[in-house]
Write a protein that binds this ligand. Structure first.
Ligand SMILES: C[S@@+](CC[C@H](N)C(=O)[O-])C[C@H]1O[C@@H](n2cnc3c(N)ncnc32)[C@H](O)[C@@H]1O
Length: 231
């Protein structure tokens, strides 16, 4: 990931993101747990509960990374398949779920074939969210459910300031200590890629998740989008 102030776009961004996750994969889980004080574990479980799907439902976990979401989906009796484009993250994965190396913007999955979709902390890494939302609505069965997590900025101004200092100054140091400083400098900057929550909700509703809703978690540092594909 480039260290200058300008964030890459388009194909440059996809290549930079893939290389960065390949590089940090072996320490990804450790740094995640440290920098979120393990709250990431609870957020994923909350998202799986919010999916509210029956046992054995087939769920595609997009941008699955090291397989945390897949493990939680299995814990809740669901039947996940993970998909990620970083060979490094897939190699570092620790899950019994089947994993596919592919681009979340071009899913190698037939239409109307899965009951649910999850995606954790990857929206800001994607190069085309409209395309991503269209792909999710293509592969989900009518009535299928989606649960997407990503970082957020707390609405409370004091919390927002503390969060800015923590992610801007402390997280890169944790990253430097245990992994790769540049990658963890990218994390706070990558929030700039995320559209406004209203636009994310509008994007989901536009592709058929009419009931899409957003919930803030962890005092507002994480956001969860949930929706049902119209029948
Ligand atoms: C921050 S990690 C999140 C991993 C995991 N979902 C989690 O909750 O910990 C972002 C992941 O998105 C993946 N990713 C980014 N863009 C992608 C794309 N276009 N297709 C597939 N995977 C992608 C990266 O390789 C990386 O594993």
């Amino acid at each position: 990931m480039p260290t200058d102030d300008k964030l890459p776009e388009g194909e440059d961004k996809a290549v930079a993101v893939q290389l960065m996750f390949d590089r940090i994969a072996h320490r990804y889980d450790l740094v995640n747990r440290l920098m979120t004080f393990r709250m990431d574990v609870g957020w994923r479980r909350r998202a799986v509960k919010a999916l509210d799907l029956p046992r054995d439902a087939k769920v595609l976990d997009l941008a699955c990374g090291t397989g945390d979401f897949c493990n939680d989906l299995m814990r809740f009796g669901l039947d996940p398949v993970g998909l990620d484009f970083s060979a490094g993250m897939l190699a570092a994965a620790s899950t019994d779920a089947p994993l596919i190396r592919a681009d979340a913007l071009r899913l190698p999955v037939i239409g109307r074939s899965v009951d649910g979709i999850t995606c954790g902390f990857a929206l800001r890494n994607l190069t085309d969210l409209t395309c991503f939302f269209e792909e999710t609505s293509r592969v989900l069965k009518p009535g299928g459910r989606i649960a997407l997590l990503d970082v957020a900025e707390p609405p409370n101004p004091i919390l927002r300031m503390g969060h800015k200092i923590y992610f801007g100054k402390i997280v890169p140091r944790i990253g430097a200590l245990f992994s790769d400083q540049n990658a963890y400098k990218y994390l706070p900057k990558s929030v700039e890629y995320l559209p406004h929550p209203h636009d994310l909700l509008a994007g989901l509703r536009a592709v058929g998740f009419s009931d899409a809703s957003r919930t803030l978690l962890g005092g507002g540092i994480t956001q969860l989008f949930v929706g049902t594909l119209d029948r």
